[in-house]
Design a protein around this ligand. Structure first.
Ligand SMILES: *[C@@H]1O[C@H](CO)[C@@H](O)[C@H](O)[C@H]1NC(C)=O
Ligand SMILES: *[C@@H]1O[C@H](CO)[C@@H](O)[C@H](O)[C@H]1NC(C)=O
Ligand SMILES: *[C@@H]1O[C@H](CO)[C@@H](O)[C@H](O)[C@H]1NC(C)=O
Length: 272
């Protein structure tokens, strides 16, 4: 009897304390927990020919460390998050794109974030969204873009970042954007367009740089864009072409160029 008691006591004292550190149900690391805020993305789902649409509502995201852990909303028959091809955020408060979108909308092809106070694009923003083809992030306050931001989405075809506060395009931003067909950077604060060239087999057709503060374009940036048909350079400062001769060669391939310069001595009009 005494012997039994001792054994029980041993169990009480030894087991709980020695097991504690390896208990799989131990509470999560509080430091991590404090750094991340988990939210539910509220969606109004609607069907469309281009695949189902989620229009986000009641978003108020003011810090960087926010992760979506749930999506709420009314689904249609047999349709779930995996069927959403189009995510629309408009007139919400969304300073940063939350993490976790790709965990829910694996088949997302179109992302729109308009007039929603977005301040930055980060290299993690589009990770995992392998099918993303069109991005419209218009009328926000974006001033910084990570260099690697668009490298994770090789299928990107249309990128519209107009009406933001972008001062410069990251040097490597489009060096892998082989399928990019329409790039719209209108109405920003870009002074110099000098980036690593679009890829050799670039499919770029339209490049809109109007409404910036351009003083210089390094033509080498677009030297491989053999399919370019339209380039809008209107409403800028006087543009100095770094390699005017090269630009002259390329001009012949454009069907239309809109160019404005106070001192309009450069290439103008249409070729091809
Ligand atoms: C919790 O996680 C943070 C960051 O990953 C780490 O620095 C910290 O040491 C961890 N704390 C504990 C008690 O494990
Ligand atoms: C998010 O990170 C910032 C620092 O970047 C911190 O001040 C803030 O408390 C964090 N938010 C939460 C909800 O943990
Ligand atoms: C949005 O979040 C911020 C910070 O958490 C808070 O101060 C503000 O009141 C919220 N706005 C709305 C409309 O809920």
């Amino acid at each position: 009897m005494i012997m039994f008691n001792i054994i029980v006591l041993l169990f009480y004292h030894v087991i709980p304390s020695s097991c504690y550190s390896i208990n799989p149900l131990a509470p999560p690391n509080n430091t991590n927990r404090l750094m991340t805020q988990h939210i539910t993305l509220n969606c109004d789902f609607s069907p469309s020919q281009d695949g189902h649409i989620c229009t986000a509502r009641n978003l108020n995201i003011t810090s960087r460390n926010i992760t979506i852990i749930r999506v709420s909303g009314e689904y249609f028959n047999g349709v779930g998050n995996g069927n959403v091809m189009n995510l629309i955020v408009t007139q919400q408060n969304l300073r940063y794109i939350p993490e976790g979108i790709s965990n829910f909308f694996k088949n997302l092809e179109i992302l729109t974030i308009s007039r929603s106070n977005l301040m930055a694009l980060r290299f993690t923003d589009f990770l995992g969204l392998q099918k993303l083809r069109k991005i419209f992030i218009v009328g926000n306050h974006i001033s910084s873009i990570d260099d690697q931001t668009f490298k994770s989405i090789p299928n990107l075809e249309v990128l519209d970042l107009s009406s933001n506060k972008i001062k410069s395009i990251p040097f490597e931003a489009f060096s892998l954007a082989r399928h990019l067909k329409i790039l719209t950077l209108s109405n920003n604060l870009i002074r110099i367009f000098d980036i690593l060239p679009f890829p050799v087999s670039s499919e770029l057709r339209e490049l809109r740089l109007n409404g910036n503060q351009l003083v210089r374009i390094n033509v080498a940036s677009i030297q491989h864009t053999k399919m370019l048909e339209f380039m809008d350079l209107s409403e800028n400062l006087c543009i100095d072409l770094r390699y005017p001769d090269d630009f002259g060669d390329i001009v012949g391939m454009y069907t239309h160029i809109v160019k404005y310069c106070n001192d309009d001595t450069g290439v103008d009009g249409s070729g091809g």
